[in-house]
Design a protein around this ligand. Structure first.
Ligand code: CMX
Length: 134
């Protein structure tokens, strides 16, 4: 079962420029900056109440973020749902024939185990399942 929306991921060309924009809009400073080398991204997290925004900047042309921006431009890249048991949730969705992009959860930004679902199996929306690493 999905617990709540954990964050929205936004693909940006330049993290520094976008940091100022989202700081202005949200009225708070980012609480975390993190590079995820396996995903070729620099990330920046903002939190307002229970809600989080993750800004994503590509660090290489191999990055999914680089490809996304080339094709669609900057904008909302994914929705991440917080799940209580990512293994059980991956198994449940796989049994329902949804396309998961990882066989096993992997380590993502912000202390999470994550798994992405292919946007073609979810109405063109890239979905990330994530569970906090305790
Ligand atoms: N949302 C919606 N559609 C998307 C998408 C996204 N974020 N990214 C790609 N697509 C669409 C493309 O537009 C394309 O659609 P068409 O076939 O209609 O043209 C299709 O998916 C295939 O796209 P592609 O550019 O050829 O890219 P790939 O198939 O190589 O990869 C995907 C697409 C989703 C499998 C890949 O981006 C992926 O594995 N994503 C998960 C990992 C990720 O996004 N990492 C970055 C964030 C990490 C983090 O949050 O820390």
């Amino acid at each position: 079962m999905q617990n709540k929306i954990e964050h929205l991921g936004i693909a940006v060309k330049n993290l520094k420029n976008s940091e100022k924009i989202f700081q202005d809009i949200l009225g708070v400073k980012a609480y975390k900056k993190e590079t995820v080398e396996s995903e070729f991204v620099n990330t920046l997290f903002f939190k307002i109440g229970e809600s989080k925004i993750e800004l994503l900047e590509a660090t290489s042309e191999n990055s999914a973020i680089h490809k996304f921006i080339e094709k669609k431009g900057e904008g909302i890249h994914h929705i991440a749902f917080d799940v209580l048991d990512i293994y059980a949730e991956m198994k449940r969705l796989k049994e329902l024939d949804y396309v998961l992009l990882n066989d096993e959860p992997k380590k993502g930004a912000d202390n999470k185990l994550i798994c992405f679902m292919h946007p073609k199996s979810s109405n063109g929306v890239l979905i990330e399942l994530c569970q906090e690493i305790k």
